[in-house]
Design a protein around this ligand. Structure first.
Ligand code: DC
Length: 224
């Protein structure tokens, strides 16, 4: 059976960098589940679907054809043969992704896609409901968090470095807190720390320290 490391936490806690490095170390494929919610949001907006209308979003959810393939140590996604790239990382997508992610039909679709990825091998999956709803039986579940200031600082730096946007730290923080609120108060699979998940506050830790903490907490026969 495939091994799954599940990592949840709010935006900007460092889940992507940590998951990528842990995956590299162990030879597990990195799975960014948030990208699937972002793809749903991108496609809904591109097709003129009102993202604030749950019924319209639910009806549209089944129509998005997403192809998932293992590629360079991660699961890559394609929509009609195209990689979404930074088109799913814009402030516009940030502003609408949480409302799309509240819709049960969308969550069911993404959850089924994620569970199916174990056919490709061992995985490190990051998101908001991986430890609580998608892979709740994994023996390696983590809740990664950090202060709102640290998270906003990281996100802003990333946006500037990748040439995605040039917002103030305050604007980034406000958008991030609005998403946290929606992600953790929604009806279906809200963000919360799962019972038994290993909590790591990364505010004052380096990336290497967080990775080392995750690796040390894994079941002994998973480590290399
Ligand atoms: O991690 P991210 O910022 O790329 O996530 C995009 C959105 O998707 C965010 O609003 C949270 C939501 N999400 C979710 O509801 N469940 C997941 N497993 C991953 C992301």
């Amino acid at each position: 059976m495939a091994k799954v490391i599940a990592i949840d936490g709010p935006s900007g806690a460092g889940k992507s960098s940590v998951s990528r490095l842990v995956g590299e170390r162990l030879g597990f494929l990195h799975v960014d589940s948030g990208a699937l919610y972002r793809i749903m949001t991108w496609q809904a907006l591109a097709h003129g679907v009102a993202t604030a209308d749950p019924a319209a979003v639910a009806a549209f959810a089944a129509e998005v054809a997403i192809d998932c393939r293992p590629e360079d140590g991660r699961i890559a996604y394609y929509v009609n043969g195209e990689a979404p790239g930074n088109r799913i990382r814009t402030p516009e997508i940030n502003a609408h992704a949480s409302e799309v992610a509240t819709v049960k039909a969308v969550r069911d679709r993404v959850t089924a896609l994620l569970r199916g990825l174990t056919r490709y091998g061992d995985l490190v999956v990051e998101g908001r409901d991986i430890t609580t709803a998608v892979f709740p039986d994994s023996p390696a579940r983590f809740y990664l968090t950090a202060s709102a200031e640290a998270r906003a600082r990281r996100r802003q730096k990333e946006e500037v470095e990748k040439g995605i946007a040039n917002q103030s730290a305050e604007a980034v923080k406000a958008s991030l807190l609005a998403r946290d609120r929606m992600d953790s108060t929604r009806q279906y699979a809200p963000l919360r720390k799962a019972d038994g998940a290993f909590e790591i506050d990364s505010s004052d830790l380096t990336l290497d320290e967080v990775v080392a903490t995750v690796l040390a907490a894994l079941p002994a026969d998973w480590r290399r």
